[in-house]
Each structure stands twice: as structure tokens, then as C-alpha cells.
Design a protein around this ligand. Structure first.
Ligand code: GLN
Length: 714
């Protein structure tokens, strides 16, 4: 035990004392952080305190819940456990938990996906539990493949670790396939029969780039998948969930693990939980499988579930003078969509509030709000909707385009004051992302302790109503309308035809929101619209359309989309040359040029616009930031967000979409302070976000061009 380690322990002890007694703050991170400065190997030095071993829990959604429940199950079984229970999941959080611990049997640690590469080599954990991978904080993570590479790299440095992974998630199965460690898969061995959402993260096989076929899909990319081209399929399940029952007041299932003989299945373990939501089946399956591997008897797991009272804002319920309030975290489209399903299961009147921040820990880019199916709230009966947080207004705009009128609240107290004046039988659902959650939780705890919310007397009651106003009615009343009205407008008027090209592949940054915005703005002006979604394997005759839209995508999906587009290259070129309107974002924009680079591979582009895209580094070397442009197309500055590895260079004389006028942001490349392209009626740009929601002037410019095109076409 060296001097460095002794110094690390000393500084961490002093800082823990200071934080607790002087600043009255929880010491979940800081002591570990400074200990790591003093001794970068402090985790390895402390790991021997864990006599039986340790478990790292990683995955986009469910880490905190799974970590806490697994720790509870072990403790219920009489084990001594060290755990970073509050979700401090960087190496500093793990180091802090270890520094604060005495001798223990097991360490159970939640770990951030990218930080596993720091923690695992030191900890040499017995198990890594990999729950799922969904898009989340892409401004920090880049594309999901970067996280996969990082987890594979972490496991390579801990060769005796066993990987327990969600085999229903092809992104996790691809990691298990690559990692050179022993693997154990869990999954749900039957179709839960859930309705599907619009955007799923991985439709493609990562071994051969074919499109998966599903025997059944649970949600997102999770399910029983198979690639028809190379045969990569969901691996056989070592732990299989069966007999799932999902009800409004709870869920149950049977978990069958491996039996004593290789070919056997063990006895089914019945699991019951008072939680709502299909994603909790996966979380509990992960806990059940891990607990079994760790030798924890089934009754201990069930007792831990029965006693589980998270108190951490995840599915936390409050009783405010007889009103039931559910608080939950949602920080990415998949998690959010699951939350909306929980709301929809409640048949009564309810108030729903969405609190969204864009701090570094949340991801500074909120384009993901456009990948959530808020439109589903339209089937939720009588409802009041409120929006808050630093990005409450972005949320309000997103909801408006879903046809839902939401009031913006100033803060958590304002929210609770407004909810307080609603009848008590109106349940409340408060959904917040990462840094927005603690403020709401504090306010709820205060309110539960102190009685009525401050300012309740003067608060205006949110209006309970059928949430979605139809586009046609909105037009008459000035309210936002819905998007599923039929295409017919004034008698006989031909619809404006929008072709959304390969939304199943190019959908990374809420780009589909651009189509929603165009459709809504047209409809509310009485213009009939027809949106044709052209999925992989389908073809479209653009000659019969007025506007083609291409979104951005991860490298692999972008490559497949470009293969599809190359098949109709001549038609596309003819369409553009004849004045056809095209809006292309990020990856879709790159494909318009002569070539673009995927790693070292040169991919041939459509060559419709004189430009090329290259890559100076890896996909991790990205241009990511807020960005503001000036463009001759519109008067107001154009605001957006960019996140791309490709650097695009325009040919001589080719017009950019705009000039970068913000100090932040890059645009096409590292050099010329230009973004995008304008060529005939084509606009290409790196601004996602979606561009048109933030810049209605650009939306109307694009619409006006498309209407001119329709006038010539019909
Ligand atoms: N995959 C491409 C890149 O990284 C495009 C990314 C995007 O669409 N934002 O350059």
C-alpha cells in the first residue's frame, strides 16, 4: 500500500467530512474524484475490500433501478454490499463508494457506458450487466457504435469478467459477439404484444449491414430478431422470461435460468412487482438473472422487490392530500415513449408535466424530443399538459406540433401550485430528464411535508381537455391541430406530396420532426398534404412529388440508405434539375455529393451537388455544437445544432446554405465557416434539431418552393 494510496484516503476522508458537516451536501462523487487525483489506481487498491467480487451495471436505461434492486436482493440474502446507490456512475462515484465502505462481500456499481473503460480495468469485476443501448446524449456519445467499441475495449481489459447481457437487444448481442469473455444472455421469450413507436435505434444487422427481420418486437430494437442475409440472430437465452402479465397496477412473470445439466432449464422463478411499464420486465429480468448468478436465493429477490421504495425519482409515487403523483425519469426517446404508455394506461382524468433541461449531464442537444411519439397522448382522454425546465419552451413547441396545447410553468413550485387547484381525483404524472428531476423531487418532498404548495391560492388551474385539436379546427380557432387528418383540402385540390426518404435508416437527431413541421404548417393553412414514408426496400417516383426529405443517420445506416438512393440516382438527379425541392440534413446531405467517407472507405454519393465529404479522424472526432447561420434564403438568423464526423467541401462556385456567424459551431468543415449547400431548390445542411421547428422562416421558404413545384406539376 503506497504513499499515493494513503494520500488518496486522507484527502477523501477530509473532503467527505467537509461536504457532510460544513456544506451539508451528499458526498457521492467529490471524495473519489480527489482521491483519483492523488492515486489514479485507487479503485484497484480498494477492490480487495470486496471479498466475493463485484458487479458493474451498464446500459442506457434502468441502471440505477437495477443496481439498487440487486444490492437490496443481496443484502436481503445476508450479504454485505457496497453500492453507489444515488447514481454517481463515473469512476469518481465508484471510488467514493469504495472509500466510504468497510469490508464487504459484494460491490454493486452502476457505471456510465463510456466510463466503464476507466472503472472495469481497475475493478476487474466478476460480472458486467449490460441492460440495453439506446440513443442518449449523442452530443457526448457521438453515435452508438462508439459506446459499443468502448464497452468491448473495457471487457478486453478484464478478461475474467462474465458479461450478462440483454440478448433481445441486437446492440448488446453485437457486443457479446465481439467481446472475448464468457457471456450469459437474458431476454423475454414471448411476444408482449405492445404497440410500436415510430423511431427504433437499430434496424440493421451489425455483422453484415442487412435489415433485421423480427419474429416479434417488444419496443425499440428489443425482441426476437434475425438477419436474413448473414443469419445473425438473437442468441439462445440462458435466462428466459415467460408468462408476462402487464397490468396497470403491477406486473408478473416467470424467469427460467439454466438448470444443473447443460441441456436443462432450471425451475421457473415467479417474480411479481407493483411497477407499471414493460421496461420494468427487462430491468427485473436483469436483476433476477444477476441475483441467481451471484447465488442469491429467489425469496430474497422477491422480498427486495416487495420492499423496494426507490425514493430516487424513478417511478416514485407521492400522495399529496389524496392525489396520486407519479414522478419518473425519462432522458431519451425510448424511455420517454415507455413513460407515455404508463400515462395512457390510466383511464381517468390526469395532468402530465414534462420537465426538460439541457445541461451537460442531460446532453445539450434536445432534438431527441422530436423522436418521441407525443401524438399518442391524443388517445389518453381528458388531460392537462404542462411543460417546464430550461427547455420547457422547446417542449411546448414539440407538443404544439403534436396538436397538444401545453402551458409553460416557471418552476417546480409553480407546477405544484397549479396542480393543487385541480380536483383530487386527477392523477399527476411528472416526467423529467436527468438534471430536471432533483428539483421536482425536492419540491414534491417539501410539498408532502408541508401541506399546500406555496402560492396555491393564486394559481391558475390547468385546463383539462381532450388534448388534441385537429388541424382544420386549429385553422379556424388559431389553436394547433393534429396531423392525421386526411389529405383532402378544398374540393379537388391536389395534395402537396412530401416523400420522406428512408426514415427507418436516417432518423438520428429528430429529423423526422422536419416533416411534421412542414405537414402541420401546410395543413393549418388549409393545404392538403400527403406524406409518403419510403422505407428500406421501397422505391418512390419523385416525379409525382413536390418535396423530398432526407434526414441524418449513423454511419452504418447512412451507408445502406445511400445504396438505396444510388438505385434511383438518375430519377433523383432529373427531379432536382427540373426544380424539385429537396431538404437534406447531415448524413442525407453528405450523400448528395460525389463521395463521402466511412472510416477509410470511400462511398460513392449521388453526385447531384458538386461537393465531397471527408473524414480527418475517426467517427469520434466530431464537430458538435450549437450553431447560428446567416443565409440569404431568410431574414432571421438560422439556429441549430450539429453533430457529425464528416467534413464537407463545396466545389468552386457552389453556394452554401449559410455563413456561420456564431462563435460556436463549425458547419461544413473546420476551415471555411460555411454550412450546407443551396443548389436550385435543394437545401443541404448540418443543422438538425429539427431545423424547421427552430426556424419557421426556413420552413415557410421550403413550403413556398414546394407549392410552386406543385403548381407546375398538377
Ligand atoms: N454519420 C455521419 C457523420 O458522422 C452523419 C451524421 C449525422 O447525420 N449527423 O458524419
Amino acid at each position: 500500500m503506497g504513499l499515493q494510496f494513503a494520500a488518496a484516503r486522507a484527502v477523501s476522508a477530509v473532503s467527505t467530512w467537509g461536504l457532510k458537516h460544513v456544506f451539508h451536501r451528499p458526498a457521492a462523487n467529490f471524495p473519489g474524484k480527489i482521491a483519483l487525483y492523488a492515486d489514479p489506481r485507487v479503485i484497484a487498491d480498494l477492490a480487495p475490500r470486496l471479498q466475493k467480487g463485484s458487479v458493474c451495471v451498464v446500459g442506457t436505461n434502468g441502471k440505477t433501478t437495477v443496481t439498487n434492486l440487486l444490492a437490496d436482493a443481496l443484502e436481503t440474502a445476508g450479504q454485505r454490499v457496497v453500492c453507489n446507490r444515488t447514481g454517481a456512475n463515473l469512476d469518481s462515484g465508484v471510488a467514493t463508494a469504495l472509500l466510504h465502505a468497510k469490508q464487504a462481500d459484494w460491490g454493486v456499481f452502476e457505471s456510465d457506458e463510456l466510463w466503464l473503460a476507466k472503472t472495469l480495468p481497475q475493478l476487474q469485476a466478476t460480472y458486467v450487466v449490460l441492460l440495453n443501448l439506446f440513443r442518449d446524449q449523442l452530443d457526448r456519445m457521438g453515435e452508438i457504435s462508439r459506446i459499443q467499441d468502448s464497452i468491448v475495449g473495457a471487457l478486453a481489459q478484464s478478461p475474467n469478467t462474465v458479461l450478462l447481457y440483454n440478448a433481445d437487444d441486437p446492440l448488446c448481442a453485437a457486443i457479446a459477439d465481439r467481446a472475448e469473455v464468457r457471456t450469459v444472455g437474458f431476454g423475454i421469450d414471448e411476444d408482449m404484444g405492445l404497440p410500436q413507436n415510430t423511431v427504433a435505434d437499430a434496424q440493421m444487422c451489425q455483422k453484415c449491414s442487412g435489415m433485421f427481420e423480427y419474429e416479434y418486437r417488444q419496443y425499440g430494437q428489443l425482441g426476437s430478431y434475425r438477419c436474413p442475409s448473414c443469419g445473425f440472430a438473437r442468441p439462445a437465452l440462458d435466462y428466459a422470461v415467460q408468462d408476462v402479465r402487464l397490468q396497470a397496477d403491477g406486473l408478473s412473470f416467470a424467469l427460467r435460468g439454466p438448470g444443473p445439466e447443460e441441456a436443462d432449464r432450471g425451475d421457473a422463478q415467479k417474480v411479481r412487482a407493483p411497477f407499471n411499464g414493460a421496461y420494468m420486465v427487462y430491468n427485473l429480468a436483469a436483476v433476477g438473472a444477476a441475483a441467481d448468478l451471484l447465488g442469491c436465493p429467489p425469496p430474497a429477490l422477491q422480498r427486495a422487490i416487495d420492499a423496494f421504495d426507490p425514493q430516487n425519482g424513478r417511478l416514485q409515487t407521492f400522495d399529496l392530500d389524496g392525489r396520486r403523483v407519479l414522478l419518473n425519469l425519462a432522458k431519451n426517446p425510448t424511455g420517454f415513449n415507455q413513460n407515455l404508455k404508463i400515462v395512457a394506461q390510466d383511464p381517468g382524468r390526469k395532468v402530465v408535466a414534462f420537465f426538460i433541461n439541457d445541461k451537460v449531464a442531460d446532453g445539450c442537444d434536445v432534438s431527441w424530443l422530436w423522436d418521441i411519439d407525443f401524438e399518442e397522448l391524443c388517445a389518453s382522454g381528458e388531460l392537462a399538459v404542462l411543460a417546464g425546465g430550461l427547455r420547457g419552451r422547446d417542449m411546448q413547441v414539440r407538443l404544439k406540433y403534436a396538436g397538444i396545447q401545453a402551458d409553460v410553468v416557471a418552476d417546480a413550485d409553480d407546477l405544484l401550485a397549479r396542480i393543487d387547484v385541480l380536483p383530487r381525483d386527477v392523477n399527476a404524472y411528472l416526467i423529467a430528464n436527468y438534471t430536471a428531476l432533483p428539483g421536482l423531487q425536492d419540491a414534491l418532498n417539501r410539498r408532502a411535508r408541508e401541506g399546500s404548495a406555496s402560492g396555491a391560492a393564486g394559481a391558475s388551474a390547468p385546463q383539462l381537455r381532450q388534448p388534441c385539436v385537429r388541424a382544420e379546427d386549429a385553422r379556424a380557432s388559431g389553436h394547433p391541430g393534429d396531423s392525421d387528418a386526411d389529405a383532402s383540402g378544398a374540393a379537388g385540390e391536389a395534395p402537396l406530396v412530401i416523400a420522406h426518404l428512408y426514415p427507418d435508416l436516417l432518423n438520428l437527431y429528430g429529423d423526422g420532426g422536419n416533416v411534421k413541421v412542414l405537414e402541420r404548417r401546410a395543413r393549418e393553412r388549409g393545404i392538403p398534404v400527403e406524406v409518403r414514408r419510403v422505407n428500406h426496400g421501397e422505391h418512390v417516383d419523385l416525379a409525382g412529388g413536390d418535396l423530398g426529405f432526407l434526414g441524418g443517420g449513423p454511419d452504418r445506416e447512412q451507408r445502406l440508405a445511400s445504396v438505396e438512393l444510388m438505385r434511383m440516382r438518375d430519377d433523383l438527379k432529373a427531379y432536382v434539375e427540373a426544380g424539385g425541392v429537396m431538404l437534406a440534413i447531415c448524413g442525407g446531405y453528405q450523400i448528395l455529393g460525389y463521395e463521402w467517407l466511412l472510416g477509410d472507405e470511400v462511398v460513392k454519393g449521388l453526385g447531384i451537388v458538386d461537393m465531397t465529404t471527408e473524414r480527418p479522424g475517426t467517427s469520434a472526432d466530431r464537430l458538435i455544437d450549437n450553431i447560428v447561420l446567416r443565409s440569404p434564403s431568410v431574414e432571421a438568423p438560422i439556429v441549430g445544432y450539429e453533430n457529425h464526423a464528416g467534413r464537407t467541401h463545396l466545389g468552386a462556385g457552389v453556394q452554401p446554405f449559410g455563413e456561420v456567424v456564431s462563435s460556436a459551431g463549425h458547419g461544413n468543415n473546420d476551415d471555411d465557416r460555411l454550412d450546407g449547400v443551396r443548389y436550385k431548390n435543394v437545401i443541404g445542411t448540418y443543422l438538425h434539431g429539427p431545423l424547421l421547428a427552430k426556424n419557421p422562416g426556413v420552413a415557410d421558404d421550403v413550403l413556398a418552393r414546394a407549392l410552386d413545384r406543385r403548381a407546375l406539376r398538377v
